[in-house]
Design a protein around this ligand. Structure first.
Ligand SMILES: Cc1ncc(C[n+]2csc(CCOP(=O)(O)OP(=O)(O)O)c2C)c(N)n1
Ligand SMILES: [Mg+2]
Length: 365
């Protein structure tokens, strides 16, 4: 696969077309029907939750949120391959993989409510917290890969980054290090065409992003990130290579961020309706659904029935998160230094004053 689709050919790996028809039987993965329907339902759950979170944010019940809308097949492809004992190294737009790893929606909600307990995953093993400093997580993934190899463990680390993240030094250092040490890390670039308002076309002069693997002596591939089967198959092959000591692998998953960068962004300022409409044809859920309906495995009726059930469950976990007790204020200030430095003491005082103002005890100052 990696020879046939070397990034030097600038050829994208696809298995189904925009209508869900298989166009690449050679590489169609084998997934039994029951499992496939479960995967689709999980994707639908993640999309429903994602849309609902934006609406909670608009109601002022949650802070800034980066929507996953349109990128679900990437998270689901990794989610279907990653094992409980594998490492998940997220950026911040991989809700589906986090849920597949066992992170709960309540924990995600707590995180986006600014509660540190939202990073303490009770049921998800080997899962790092969300990482907002762009590409910094890739360095951790390379180190984790090194530890896996050093300890002779049979596991893989999956690390995510965006197209914008490939311009960060950390990206290059991590891929280089992973290549030199031949560590079992699968780097997944979610090329959603934008880093905030910067289009991929001005992010790099490279022909594609997967090609950056060539310079580091690492296997790379460009895949249609809106094609669940293609994603699954590529991640499955990448995992096999890693487990055989032939890693790392760099995957560029080509997709489109249908939503805003975050709830603080307005994409109509920098992209056209025509562009959005063109990508709508490639929507990952629409394509997988068309395949399932054609095979008699799913129907619009089932979908209409299940979405309201999902909404009830999402709301239930959201309300649980809202009712979750706040974390002790001391946790924020006390654990970074053995003795608090003066500037942090000053910040704590300021915060106390803010809390007093918020509770209405003193006037704003
Ligand atoms: C080191 C660093 N610089 C800048 C930012 C501000 N920032 C947040 S998201 C983002 C764009 C990221 O784009 P991309 O890597 O394509 O990921 P996407 O948001 O599209 O998923 C930037 C510049 C940051 N979080 N970290
Ligand atoms: Mg991006």
């Amino acid at each position: 696969m990696f020879k046939e689709y070397t990034p030097l050919k600038n050829k994208i790996f696809q298995v189904i077309d925009n209508d869900g028809k298989v166009i690449n039987t050679k590489w169609m993965p084998e997934i039994d029907s029951e499992r496939l329907v479960k995967i689709y339902k999980d994707m639908l759950f993640a999309r429903t939750a994602d849309l609902q979170i934006v609406s909670y944010q608009r109601q002022g019940r949650i802070y800034t949120y980066p929507p996953n809308y349109g990128q679900e097949a990437i998270a689901a492809g990794v989610g279907a391959v990653i094992k409980d004992h594998d490492w998940m190294v997220p950026a911040f737009r991989e809700l589906g993989t986090m849920l597949a790893k066992g992170v709960t929606l309540k924990e995600m909600f707590l995180y986006f409510m600014g509660n540190e307990e939202g990073s303490n995953f009770k049921n998800a093993n080997f899962t790092l917290p969300i990482s907002v400093p762009i590409a910094s997580q890739l360095i951790h993934a390379a180190g984790i890969g090194y530890a896996i190899k050093y300890n002779k463990e049979k596991k893989v680390a999956y690390a995510f980054v965006g197209d914008g993240g490939t311009s960060e030094g950390d990206f290059h250092e991590a891929v280089n290090f992973a290549g030199v040490w031949k560590v079992p890390v699968v780097f997944i670039i979610q090329n959603n065409q934008y880093g905030i308002s910067t289009p991929t076309s001005v992010q790099t002069a490279s022909e594609n992003l997967a090609i950056k693997s060539v310079a580091y002596g690492v296997k790379g591939i460009m895949v249609d990130g809106n094609d669940f089967f293609a994603m699954y198959r590529v991640v499955e092959e990448a995992a096999k290579l890693c487990l055989n000591g032939e890693g790392p692998v760099l995957i560029e998953a080509v997709t489109y961020r249908k939503g805003a960068h975050t709830t603080s962004d307005d994409p109509s300022k920098y992209r056209t309706k025509e562009e959005e409409d063109a990508w709508e044809e490639k929507d990952p859920m629409k394509r997988l659904k068309a395949y399932l309906i054609d095979k008699g495995l799913w129907s619009e009726k089932e979908e209409d029935k299940i979405i309201p059930q999902f909404k009830v469950e999402i709301d239930r976990q959201f309300i649980e998160a809202e009712n979750h007790p706040p974390y002790p204020k001391e946790d924020v200030f006390k654990h970074l230094y053995a003795e608090m430095p003066d500037d942090l003491k000053e910040q704590e005082k300021q915060y106390d004053r803010y809390l007093q103002w918020k509770s209405g005890k003193v006037k704003q100052q």
